[in-house]
Design a protein around this ligand. Sequence first.
Ligand SMILES: Cc1cc2nc3c(=O)[nH]c(=O)nc-3n(C[C@H](O)[C@H](O)[C@H](O)COP(=O)(O)OP(=O)(O)OC[C@H]3O[C@@H](n4cnc5c(N)ncnc54)[C@H](O)[C@@H]3O)c2cc1C
Length: 477
Amino acid sequence: MKSGKKKDATPRPSVAIVGGGLAGLAAAEALSRSGMLVTLFESRRYLGGRAGSFRDENTGQLFDHCQHVAMGCCTNFLDFCEQTGVAKLFRCDRKLRFIDAKGKVYPFAPIESLPAPLHLAPAFWRQSYLTMSERIGIGTALRRMAKLTDQQAEHLLVGPWLREQKQSSGVISRFWEIILVSALGDSIEKTSLAAARKVMIDGFLAHHHSADVHVPSAPLGEIYEEGIARCLFDRGVRIEMESPVDEVFRKSVGGGFSVSVKDEETLQFDNVVLAIPGRRVKAVLAPRLFEKVPDLARVDQFNHAPITGVHLWYPEPITDLPHAVLLDRTSQWIFAHGETKSPHDGQTPAYYYQVVISASHNLPSGDHAAIIATVTKELAELWPAAATPLFARVITQRAAVFSAAPGLEDIRPPQATPITGLFLAGDWTKTGWPATMEGAIRSGRLAAEALCRRYGRNEQLVTPELSHSWLCRKLFY
Ligand SMILES: Cc1cc2nc3c(=O)[nH]c(=O)nc-3n(C[C@H](O)[C@H](O)[C@H](O)COP(=O)(O)OP(=O)(O)OC[C@H]3O[C@@H](n4cnc5c(N)ncnc54)[C@H](O)[C@@H]3O)c2cc1C
């Protein structure tokens, strides 16, 4: 448990934030900036939720459950890192690297002197694993995609639409899927064109910095403990760890909320922000409150997709690339994390890598040896030393992200509810973003804005998106 103090004579509205994932942390940060009296309850021992770390028993080192990466278009995530003083713990890389099956590396970096989206055109033309006519076809499809209305794009599936646009299976797998599956976390046969458009336009083409890659240079758990929790503590936020909230209820209509924690104590608050996964809300919110928020009944309709992280430790570096996108393979991304100790004995120095496989529906569930064999074989075809890791570990999160299915935007609930003082946050709420750290932070800030409005305060806590360049608007809209 951590608690901070802040001197203040005037009574301040109290807020219970349930859930210490990024949405809850963002709500806490924004509300503490707005002078609210904030208590955050997290059921686990660690902050960060799905974007969290675990401590290895042998080495005592923190490792992330799965690699997390933000892009330049994630304006709220990047601002949150600035506000909490942890931006220095991320490194920004403007260059992506694609590697084909034969091991040829294709750098993909913007040209500073060209306006967006032309800043990526030279890099795109150098991706010679696509033929000239395939690259022209991609440009045409991107323009058609941009010109659809929001309603049309929201109700179309990406895969069938791409085939209608005469995109070949090779182009689909080597261009569209490689970007969209890792950005949206699910297959293009299940995700909407609106979500795909957001990735392609806002995430790459709109602005010079949209596609910058921000990679944590420390385990996320360390970033929360050392940076974010400390910042919140200094702002007077009380953080209660290992404190699962069993029930949120109200004794009288219009009164405050009772929050029952660990079946042990019940605390009173003027407001509650539920920043837990959508499918958990029904178990926590008292039935009489739940039925007053009709949007919540539809959360059962959300589908989820798995992401698998394969963690590998080697006696020597296998490549000097910091990260790379792998074409034509089961393994999608690889990230290098430098020297650590191998968890097999907690002592042997080892070079640590993570391979990420999004939408890992088809991996042999539970057969970690088979997954490790597939991934190390693929890596060894590029870098022979990758055949024999000192140690390997597979972590699959089954409900890693919600599937951005057609029509989902129509049923994502807003952060303000019909119940005065009750707010929702979480990547699954209405943010306009897929399930990402940006979506989670944005939801926490939107909940905080709605809560401030309850007290007549119109605070701007959400950071605007990167503006689209004039040329992008002209070409695509
Ligand atoms: C494997 C994987 C890889 C990913 N990669 C990326 C990436 O590269 N880039 C990116 O932007 N996004 C990525 N994401 C998505 C990103 O992690 C999520 O969108 C984001 O972390 C969701 O945050 P959240 O706060 O909404 O939810 P959560 O992280 O699920 O947080 C909810 C919190 O509530 C707590 N809780 C639940 N019930 C209770 C209760 N009763 N009482 C108290 N606490 C409770 C939970 O313990 C948890 O800490 C990835 C996700 C996964 C799983």
